[in-house]
Design a binder for this molecule. Structure first.
Ligand code: GDP
Length: 473
């Protein structure tokens, strides 16, 4: 028995998913129809093969997903009271459940990676969103839902201790059960930043055969692990067919999966129309300081101003020039703190220099990151989407929040190297670097995913902002 030991307290629950536990899909999705007039950069067309695979995926999701006949008539646990027996479904539907933990940016990266894994392995993606994620997104798959039903037998475990149980795939491998001929019905794949050497073996080609036989996978992670999928022979050629241009993988996935719900869209467009729409150019600053108590405000501002001045991101020459013929500009400052907004407003805003035609705005300043808070996540989503309407984007090193905004915008950001007591910046390091493409950085790849020898081409290379990270290049 691989999983039942962990879950014995709930293995006596009624072994049937109920439709009543499933969130009904929203009828319309205004943002999907309207967003192209807000996002200034024209998206490249979806490659035809990717489009056909997405359509095939949508059919599978409808056929197997929580609103389908098959999902509700076939007991997910069969006649067994545990997950030890892989024979529990009679149809050919296999699932991957995404279970999030960190902030919204991390979640969006994690979900995008999990969806691509589902696409590659013919699985159906279901999400274990708690109430804090309510009403952020439209349902991505037509006539179905991606919500894991509330009656899913493992939901309690997923939402409480985030499931770092001793029966994860890594632990199976450690105990040398992970290559046995019998496979469990459900397997946890633990890929969080603190995953161990055994957990990492999920990214080895030779282990995918075992994983493939398991009908239910639960992926626990919050990173953009797509570069590792490109490094696996099992997936490489299919990925190259799906994405002839590897620099827009995330851009296509994030736009396909994440459309603001009507409620979120109302807030985003309301702010946009009131403050940003009139300007001829929009500049977005995303300022993320991970250790605010230990990171001097002045040191962060110094990096930001030397980046903007060196690359003339706001003013064409020195900031003393009179800008009579310049375009009108709006600057959106997204940050947990209000101080950065105040400083940038003081430096560039109309209060100091009437003639510049620059206005500075901030939609929210939450102080600190909250967890389990729906309205906080809604504000984060609003900031991400408002940033993505920018013509010029300045983001912060190591921040997934910034990666997502740039990915939706289709704008290569200037990534400011934010000082951090744990990762001090070298004296000769430049204040910012222009991202080479729209791909996020995977912050904690396994050692075997690095190109060997380094820099030998292939689909992955170094990140601009995290020296130990990997990204598609
Ligand atoms: P990361 O930590 O920068 O990689 O980004 P995440 O999105 O994963 O986690 C940070 C979380 O802090 C966000 O999801 C928000 O909840 C909050 N947060 C950080 N920066 C901002 C911001 O500029 N605006 C808002 N509204 N929330 C933010």
């Amino acid at each position: 028995v691989l999983i039942a030991t962990v879950c014995s307290p709930i293995s006596y629950l009624p072994l049937k998913f109920a439709l009543s536990g499933t969130k009904p899909p929203e009828q319309t999705c205004e943002s999907r129809e309207q967003r192209s007039s807000y996002l200034k950069h024209r998206s490249p067309e979806l490659p035809p093969y990717l489009l056909s695979k997405l359509q095939e995926y949508e059919r599978r999701h409808r056929r197997c997903g929580p609103l389908s006949e098959s999902f509700n008539t076939t007991s997910p646990l069969g006649t067994h009271n545990d997950f030890s027996d892989g024979e529990f479904r009679t149809d050919d539907c296999k699932f991957v459940v995404y279970s999030p933990s960190q902030g919204l940016g991390n979640r969006i990266l994690g979900l995008s990676s999990t969806f691509l894994y589902a696409l590659l392995t013919n699985r159906v993606l279901l999400v274990d969103f708690g109430p804090d994620m309510e009403d952020l997104f439209c349902e991505p798959f037509p006539n179905s839902t991606w919500y894991l039903p509330e009656t899913f037998p493992f939901l309690f475990q997923l939402q409480t201790h985030r499931f770092r149980a001793s029966y994860s795939y890594g632990n199976l491998l450690k105990r040398k059960d992970g290559d046995s001929s019998s496979s469990p019905a459900l397997l946890q794949i633990f890929l969080q930043d603190k995953y161990n050497e055994y957990d990492k073996l999920f990214f080895k080609d030779e282990n995918q055969g075992f994983v493939e036989r398991v009908p239910w996978l639960v992926l626990i992670h919050d990173g953009y692990f797509i570069p590792c999928l490109f490094q696996m022979q099992s997936f490489r050629s299919e990925l190259e067919k799906l994405f002839p241009d590897q620099e827009t993988v995330f851009h296509h996935l994030v736009k396909y999966l994440f459309s603001p719900s009507n409620q979120a869209w109302g807030q985003i467009t309301g702010f946009y129309e009131a403050y940003l729409a009139k300007a001829e150019e929009r500049i977005g600053f995303q300022i993320r300081v991970f250790e605010p108590k230990q990171t001097p405000f002045t040191a962060v501002m110094k990096q930001i101003t030397s980046c903007t001045q060196k690359h003339r991101l706001i003013l064409p020459q020195s900031d003393e020039v009179t800008l009579r013929n310049e375009k009108s500009k709006s600057i959106l400052v997204a940050s947990l703190s209000r101080k950065y907004y105040e400083e940038i407003d003081w430096m560039y805003g109309t209060r100091r220099r009437q003639s510049t035609g620059i206005a500075v705005y901030q939609a929210s300043h939450e102080g600190k990151q909250h967890s389990g808070d729906n309205s906080h996540n809604m504000k984060a989503w609003m900031d991400i989407y408002l940033l993505s309407t920018s013509d010029v984007l300045v983001t912060s090193s190591m921040s997934t929040f910034g990666y997502v905004a740039a990915g939706i915008a289709g704008v290569k950001p200037w990534i400011v190297m934010i000082p951090d007591p744990y990762h001090p910046r070298g004296a000769n390091e430049s204040a910012c670097e222009r991202a080479i493409n729209l791909e996020p950085c995977f912050h904690f790849p396994p050692w075997f995913a690095y190109p060997d020898p380094p820099g030998t081409g292939g689909p992955v290379g170094r990140c601009e902002d995290v020296s130990w990270g990997l990204k598609l290049v």
